[in-house]
Design a protein around this ligand. Structure first.
Ligand code: GAR
Length: 205
């Protein structure tokens, strides 16, 4: 079976929704490992409670290059069967840029969730960016990871209306609800081989 590795940095609510959906919806993928770059990430406790292997590869104070760090991540993924042939890597609030070598090695096997309708508002604080720009709608995007940030083929998007009195916080909460719905859905599509990539487009069958 396909093996899943999830990379987190924080509270891990998207990770939790993926792990719970795998069980509930019988998604044909084995949740093999959760890796955090921060030892105090809240998501680690949740993963442990759900019986998933966890590993911390601390990035703070890491002496080597970005690629050397990523090679450590790849080694842990490989140890748990999350390989370029038989794996899927989900970035779930993993606040690090992945080295292009990592992306090439796992070509079209790394996916990410972003709290905006890409290509609008890439990078950090996307919900705040949407409020400050004054858009009437924002949302979230699950996409394949490309060698450029927040740019790979889009798998699913969900639209969220921005209310007149929204703050970055209130908008984030409503977007997060949609994130928890579409990320597991994207994992399900991938696991069932329903996604075909053609140029920039991810075509769902
Ligand atoms: C989520 O809102 C996710 O979309 C965002 O970080 C949050 C992580 O929450 N990711 C990015 O901004 C990536 N550019 P979680 O740890 O509860 O899943």
């Amino acid at each position: 079976m396909l093996n899943l590795g999830i990379l987190i940095s924080g509270r891990g609510s998207n990770m939790e929704s993926i792990l719970k959906s795998i069980k509930k919806k019988k998604i044909p993928i084995n949740p093999a490992i959760v890796i955090s770059n921060k030892p105090n990430a809240g998501g680690l406790k949740i993963a442990k409670k759900l019986g998933i292997h966890i590993e911390v590869i601390e990035s703070k104070g890491f002496k080597g290059s970005r690629w050397q760090y990523d090679k450590k991540v790849i080694a842990v993924l490989t140890k748990h069967g999350v390989t370029p042939r038989n794996g899927l890597v989900c970035l779930a609030g993993f606040m690090r840029i992945i080295n292009p070598e990592f992306v090439k090695k796992y070509k079209n096997r790394i996916i990410n969730i972003h709290p905006a309708l890409l290509p609008a508002f890439p990078g950090l604080d996307s919900q705040k960016q949407a409020i400050e720009y004054g858009t009437k709608y924002s949302g979230c995007t699950v996409h394949f990871v490309d060698t450029k940030m927040d740019l790979g083929p889009i798998i699913i998007q969900a639209v969220v209306k921005v209310k007149e009195n929204d703050t970055a916080d209130s908008l984030s909460k409503r977007i997060l609800k949609e994130e928890h719905r579409i990320y597991p859905e994207a994992v399900n599509l991938f696991a069932r081989k329903k996604i075909r990539i053609s140029g920039r487009r991810a075509i769902i069958s």
